[in-house]
Ligand binder design. Structure first.
Ligand SMILES: O=C(O)CCC(=O)N[C@@H](CCC(=O)O)C(=O)O
Ligand code: ZN
Length: 353
């Protein structure tokens, strides 16, 4: 499509998601300006960057569709991009929006060949000779994020803070409908301001990780020093079946984050949060891995000590500690990957700024 026609269509209808899904394998780079001077750069399919005219103190990355069937975050990001492109929402800070895995979104599936969210921090290149679309996309997404954060602008007098919010929905229901995963910070302190932002998004359950991971949020946090999170906004639903009212606070907070200097937040009060840390990760070792509870058991369900949770061949996994709760149980993962996390309540008082 000619660039002028593309620009006209995008500014009229703002349907970047449609453009992405009709070109899942790639899109030629394009650049144009919005009426207020904001520069719009399309870097690839599902990759769109907004640069405001004035100085910017924040570099914000919003991602969705890293798992193709997690539709609510895709609808939330598509709505934001539409509002920006059609001039309904001004952009105050530099913003990169990523629709992670367009082919999987088209297929309505979590992944095509491999779980994209296990391929970051270079994991896309581990395993000689293994090349597939998800590995290529993981590498490309890393490169786009690096390019975005490292861009030099003479108009910016202070260093810009980096953020990445990777939006997901979970396979199961959850005792706490919305929750965030705070990647391992290697002893750096957790950020009060980030808990406050999460609360503004209606997210008051946070899982504090204690080890590196191959996820997108850990990559942004560890490789770029971004305040980064995986945010689970609810349960997976097909397109059109999400009750968007359930995300009104998150949508409003994201709009404010993008278009205003400050997001309206409440001062951090730990008693308003449910904080967890990982007690142990259970990885799938064999094809016989089996969960011993029903598919409708919710994330953060705790069982009495001794309860059989899973078997993997001859290995039995039973509850070891009072309060130990399940999260992300999935028997269908590839061998060697995380099949379930066991989490326990914790506190952040000792390492918070
Ligand atoms: O519900 C599930 O089992 C998975 C939902 C999901 O995609 N979660 C993310 C969490 C990423 C993280 O640990 O930061 C994932 O598994 O990739
Ligand atoms: Zn996901």
């Amino acid at each position: 499509m000619a660039q002028s026609l593309l620009q006209e269509q995008l500014q009229q209808h703002g349907d970047f998601l449609n453009l992405t899904l009709t070109n899942p394998d790639g899109l030629a780079p394009a650049q144009f300006n919005l009426a207020d001077g904001t520069v719009v750069d399309i870097w690839d399919t599902g990759v769109i960057c907004f640069t405001p005219v004035g100085p910017s103190q924040k570099d914000i990355v919003l991602s969705c569709g890293v798992h193709g069937n997690e539709t609510a975050p895709i609808e939330i990001c598509a709505e934001l991009v539409t509002q920006l492109l059609t001039g309904q929402l001004p952009v105050k800070h530099r913003l990169l929006v990523l629709f992670g895995n367009p082919a999987a979104i088209n297929a309505g599936s979590r992944e095509i060949t491999e779980n994209l969210n296990r391929l970051f921090s270079g994991h896309h290149s581990i395993g000689a000779g293994l090349i597939n679309a998800e590995r290529q996309r993981a590498k490309a997404l890393e490169d786009y994020v690096s390019r975005f954060y490292n861009e030099v602008r003479v108009t910016d007098s202070v260093p810009r803070n980096r953020y990445l919010y990777d939006l997901h929905t979970a396979i199961r229901g959850s005792r706490f409908e919305k929750f965030a995963v705070y990647p391992f910070l290697h002893d750096k302190p957790w950020q009060k301001a980030e808990f406050e932002f999460l609360q503004a998004c209606d997210v008051t359950t946070v899982l504090l990780m204690q080890t590196p991971a191959s996820t997108f949020s850990y990559y942004a946090s560890n490789s770029h020093g971004a305040d980064a999170f995986t945010i689970e906004l609810g349960k997976v639903q097909p397109f059109g079946q999400n009750d968007m009212r359930r995300f009104s606070k998150a949508r409003a907070a994201l709009r404010q984050l993008i278009s205003e200097d400050k997001v309206s937040t409440q001062p951090f009060d730990e008693s308003q949060f449910q904080l967890y840390q990982v007690y142990r990760a259970i990885n799938k070792q064999t094809q016989e891995f089996k969960l011993h509870f029903a598919d409708d058991v919710q994330n953060f369900t705790a069982y009495p000590v001794g309860t059989l949770l899973a078997t993997d061949g001859d290995t039995e996994y039973r509850v070891e500690r009072d309060g130990e709760a399940i999260i992300f149980p999935n028997a269908k993962v590839a061998i060697g990957q995380r099949a379930m996390l066991m989490v326990v309540p914790t506190t952040v008082q000792h390492n918070l700024v």
